[in-house]
Design a protein around this ligand. Structure first.
Ligand SMILES: O=C(CO)COP(=O)(O)O
Length: 253
C-alpha cells in the first residue's frame, strides 16, 4: 500500500514563540503509524528552531522551496545542501504561489526538483490548474504540461521516491475544497500520465491533495483511491485541526 503523507505548509507564517507553542500542541497527537508520515514545511529562518524541537520525534520537517543551484552568486537563495544540514527531509517545489507570484516556470520548477534530489531531499512537486483554466475545460491539458515538463527531463525513474501534490489554485486558501471526486479524477489523470512511462513507478507514487483541507473534509478526501494524503496550508497552523487531519490519514484504508 502507498504511504500516506500529511504535510503542513506554514507558508509565510510563524514566529519563534508561535512555532514552539504550535509544535508542542501538535507533537502529542502525532504518533508513528505504519508507513504514514507527518511533516511541516516551515520558513527557512526557523529550520534551526524546528530541528531542535522535532529531532527524535515522529514529525519530520522540510522547506517550502529550494534553489536550483547548490552554491554561488545567487543572492537570497537557499540551497538543497543547506536545507539538508538543518535536517530537512522534504522540499516543496513548484507551489502555485511560487509559480504565479514569483515567476517559477515549469523549467525552473524542474531544475529545483533535480536540485532537491541531488541533495537527498524528497521533493513535493506541486501542480494544479487555475479557476479560469478549469472553467475553460483545460485542467488536464495544464496538468499534462506540468507533469510532462518533469517527466521529459528526469524520466519516470527520476520521480520514483518523490511526492506529487495536486493543488487546484482555486481551492487554495479560499475555503473551496475540490470535491473528493474532483480531486480523485485529477489525481488519477496525473498517475496515468506517469503510468504511460512506467506503471510500477506510477503505482507507488504518493499523490497528495492540497486546497482547503480541514479536519472536517480530510477523511472523505483520503478515502479516495488516488489521494495519498494532504498538503495543508491554513489548517496546519491550528494544532487541533492539523492533528485531526493526521488522524484521518491514519484511519484511511
Ligand atoms: O497551498 C496549500 C498548501 O500548500 C493549501 O493551502 P490551504 O490549505 O490554506 O488552502
Amino acid at each position: 500500500m502507498r504511504a500516506k503523507f500529511v504535510v503542513g505548509n506554514w507558508k509565510l507564517n510563524g514566529s519563534l514563540s508561535a512555532n514552539e507553542a504550535l509544535l508542542e500542541a501538535v507533537l502529542p497527537g502525532v504518533q508513528k503509524a505504519g508507513n504514514r508520515q507527518c511533516a511541516v514545511c516551515v520558513p527557512a529562518p526557523y529550520l534551526s528552531q524546528v530541528k531542535s524541537l522535532l529531532e527524535g520525534t515522529a514529525l519530520a520537517w522540510g522547506s517550502q522551496d529550494v534553489s536550483a543551484h547548490d552554491k554561488g552568486a545567487y543572492t537570497g537563495e537557499v540551497s538543497g545542501p543547506m536545507l539538508k544540514e538543518f535536517g530537512c527531509s522534504l522540499a516543496i517545489v513548484g507551489h502555485s504561489e511560487r509559480r504565479t507570484l514569483f515567476g517559477d516556470t515549469d523549467a525552473v520548477v524542474v531544475e529545483k526538483f533535480i536540485a532537491a534530489r541531488r541533495a537527498g531531499l524528497t521533493p513535493i512537486f506541486c501542480v494544479g490548474e487555475t479557476l479560469a483554466e478549469r472553467e475553460q475545460g483545460v485542467t488536464e491539458k495544464v496538468l499534462a504540461r506540468q507533469v510532462d515538463a518533469l517527466l521529459d527531463k528526469v524520466g519516470a525513474a527520476g520521480v520514483d521516491g518523490a511526492i506529487v501534490a495536486y493543488e487546484p489554485v482555486w481551492a487554495i486558501g479560499t475555503g473551496k475544497t475540490a470535491t473528493s471526486a474532483q480531486a480523485d479524477e485529477a489525481q488519477a489523470f496525473i498517475r496515468a500520465r506517469v503510468a504511460a512511462r512506467d506503471a510500477a513507478v506510477a503505482g507507488r507514487l504518493p499523490i497528495l491533495y492540497g486546497g482547503s483541507v480541514k479536519g472536517s473534509n480530510a477523511a472523505e478526501l483520503f478515502a479516495m483511491p488516488n489521494v495519498d494524503g494532504g498538503l495543508v496550508g491554513g489548517a496546519s497552523l491550528v494544532a487541533e485541526d492539523f492533528v485531526a487531519i493526521w488522524r484521518a490519514a491514519v484511519a484511511a484504508n
